[in-house]
Design a protein around this ligand. Sequence first.
Ligand code: HEC
Length: 162
Amino acid sequence: MWRVVVILSAAIVGIPLAGHAVEPSGYGQAGGEFDIKVPRVPAAELAEAKALQSPFQPTPEILKEGKEIFLGRGTCFQCHGPEGKGDGGAAKVLPIQPRNFTNPKFNKVRTPGEMMWVLKNGSMGQSGRVPGTGMLPIVGQFLSEEDGWKVLLYERSLGEEK
Ligand code: HEC
């Protein structure tokens, strides 16, 4: 639980976004997640991130482990919501809304490798340079890279068209 408190405090401290001339419109305002079409990985690292492949296939076993991490020690549900819709209890106090992983379009524009980049580096949001969206680095902090792949494969499974 303390981890969530630390993450949230850091997110709130990192807010000084409003009023910056170069911010995308709406940046830092409440209400809705931000454009999925804008890559979160900086341009110089994008090709490498896109090419990064998961060592796991999304088998039922891997997805089960990923779900346990999402709802458990990963604390992802606190912001992304118990069903991954981006509506977790902690989302209300965040300047940028968490990603809704149940949107099938998300998987089409984002590769697993780009998601891993965000898990390692955090997300700077749409501007690509302002830190503090609330999505702070997780892999290398309190999840291993293997756990990171499992949980992101689970997140992607939520957006699969059934
Ligand atoms: C403190 C709140 C918070 C927690 C906890 C959190 N996230 Fe996030 N996450 C966010 C926010 C806010 C965004 C949106 C950032 C943006 O729009 O750039 C985000 C975005 C992401 C993205 C990037 C989506 C994209 O557009 O590429 C991934 C991947 C992700 N989260 C995975 C996770 C995983 C996995 C966990 C748990 C291990 C987790 N998050 C925990 C707040 C959180």
